[in-house]
Design a binder for this molecule. Sequence first.
Ligand SMILES: [Zn+2]
Length: 237
Amino acid sequence: MLSVPLERMLLGLGDEHVILEPRSGQLLHPEALVAFERLAADARNAGFDPLVVSGFRSFERQRTIWNRKASGQRPVLDSDGAELDVAQLSPEQIVYAILRWSALPGGSRHHWGTDFDVVDAAAMPEDYRPQLTPREVADNGLFGPFHVWLDERIAAGESHGLFRPYAEDRGGVAPERWHLSYAPRAIELQQLLTPERLCEQLQRCELELCDTVCDQIDTIYTRFVAVPDHCYPNFDK
Ligand SMILES: [Zn+2]
């Protein structure tokens, strides 16, 4: 059994474990905030200006997104970004289509506050709204130079424990170069988040396609929730 505070943190059921990142108004785990501030200071010396655009997200918010997509109130997109007709898909197909772009409630690393999405404010034209698209973060995209710099920092072990859990396409979550994670805390939380624990929580709330999700939970967990150990950087524990 997990303690109540730990379970609330793990599944995004509460926000007691996160604090305000003042500039963005986003909420982060205190340790992730320190790591981000150190990284941001290094980045400013190199001419970049990292800005958090999305930090902590709650279980409830992720559940709302999920239910809207599953019920056709919000578009479900294929891997290329084209809209799918959910009426033509089996429940299983809908589940996997949603998972390509949206986390399973309870299965999002954003619940932990250790993970956040970042852009380079120094590269943004005035009034620019970040889209978080592959194009923006490609080497020749708007935020490309910042991400190339960041790749070098991560490879050199000089990113203050931050790494990219979705650097490559492992057949699950689409690559998200903008998504950073504070490894020392995230790796501990990931170990606590088991498929069984996830299904217990999903069955307690009203989730569309819950039976299909729980039938498939081992596959979903491997492809969309767990980040393999070898993807984590070496860090001093
Ligand atoms: Zn993210």
